[in-house]
Design a protein around this ligand. Structure first.
Ligand code: KG4
Ligand code: ZN
Length: 331
């Protein structure tokens, strides 16, 4: 079965074709980073306007690259939320029109379940149940996943998402937007033990997170050392990243142990972080847990993951009406 996936929840216009929820035939992403970079964050109205320009060319390219013809597409899966409403509406309206004109099902997908289903696009996919850490720019949570469409939230951030913390710290260090990739690269030149930042919630037995305290600690450090912080920037980045990664890895592994579950996954934009990937693999091996992390290109927002989730929604009979709406916040 061929599913066309469409994703426009934030600042990436993406489309892709996936066969049977596992084989990526195409995955196109048109990024708006250039547009938002100068504002230091995503400007919602500009995001919507860029989506409306890009949606038709991106879908056309995704279909043409997939090697199948439009009439062979069995269903359209599209991100329904959470995300920026104006941005979501572009993809959602386009998908409705596409489904309506071809007379095929429309499947509105929860973006977070899209990220979780990204692990099934790799040859080594986890068996159910597994425990997933979802770390992105908008969300950070730990989920107990019992099927493609059933996830139980075990804990989540009480303030900033992990990716948001990376972006805010990069901004205050003058490293630009988005900050995750830059901090990841810069940290490799720094010593993570030179400047030690707080590890919030590490001593709590639940699976909630808090990242705004680490961000504030970095700001205090910068304010206290205005003349030298530039020369210590790699150490600050490495110290900050080490603090975030330690909390994420520790809570994920403890969540798996609590559920007596031997399989764990890390998904979402921050799953691209090299230190997080290494740390989770290292710590999990010591506890005898098997780790699943998608390749870097499937960690950030993409439409292949939406198509993969859509395939399973369809199998579960979960279709969306042509008179349905998007949603901005996680339900
Ligand atoms: O999943 P995603 O593409 O979009 C959302 O759904 O939010 O995640 C984007 C986030 C951004 O905050 C970005 O800074 C972060 O992922 N990110 C990283 C890395 N690459 C992207 N964070 C840490 N290390 C990275 N290598
Ligand atoms: Zn995302």
């Amino acid at each position: 079965m061929y599913i066309l996936g469409i994703e426009t929840s934030c600042d990436e216009t993406a489309a892709g074709v996936v066969q049977d929820g596992t084989a990526v035939l195409s995955s196109k992403i048109s990024s708006q980073i250039e547009v938002h970079h100068r504002y230091g964050g995503v400007v919602p109205e500009l995001a919507s306007r860029k989506h409306i320009e890009a949606i038709v060319p991106v879908v056309a390219e995704a279909v043409s690259d997939s090697g199948i013809k439009t009439h062979q597409i069995d269903a359209v899966a599209v991100t329904r939320g959470p995300g920026l409403v104006g941005a979501l509406l572009v993809g959602f309206s386009f998908a409705k029109a596409f489904a309506y004109s071809l007379g095929i099902p429309l499947i509105g997908v929860n973006h977070l379940e899209g990220h979780i289903n990204s692990v099934f696009l790799e040859p080594q996919a986890p068996p159910f149940p597994f425990v997933a850490l979802l770390v992105s720019g908008g969300h950070t949570g730990i989920y107990y996943v019992t099927s493609h469409t059933a996830v139980e939230l075990m804990g989540q951030t009480r303030d900033d998402a992990a990716g948001e913390a990376f972006d805010k710290v990069a901004k205050l260090l003058g490293l630009g937007y988005p900050g995750g990739g830059v901090i990841d690269r810069l940290s490799k030149e720094g010593n993570p033990k030179k400047i030690v930042f707080t590890r919030p919630y590490l001593d709590k037995s639940d699976f909630d997170f808090s990242f705004s305290g680490i961000k504030t600690a970095v700001r205090h450090y910068v304010d206290k050392h205005p003349s030298v912080f530039k020369s210590r920037i790699a150490d600050i980045a490495a110290g900050f990243q080490a603090a975030v990664v330690e909390v994420l890895a520790y809570k994920l592994i403890n969540a798996a142990l609590k559920k007596e579950c031997g399989h764990i996954a890390v998904v979402g934009g921050v799953a691209a972080n090299s230190n997080l990937r290494d740390r989770v693999r290292h710590d999990a091996e010591r506890k005898g847990l098997k780790v699943y992390i998608p390749s870097v290109k499937l960690c950030g927002d993409n439409a292949a993951m939406i198509a993969a989730a859509g395939f399973h929604y369809l199998n579960a009979g979960m279709q969306t009406g042509l008179d349905d709406d998007v949603f901005s916040r996680a339900k």
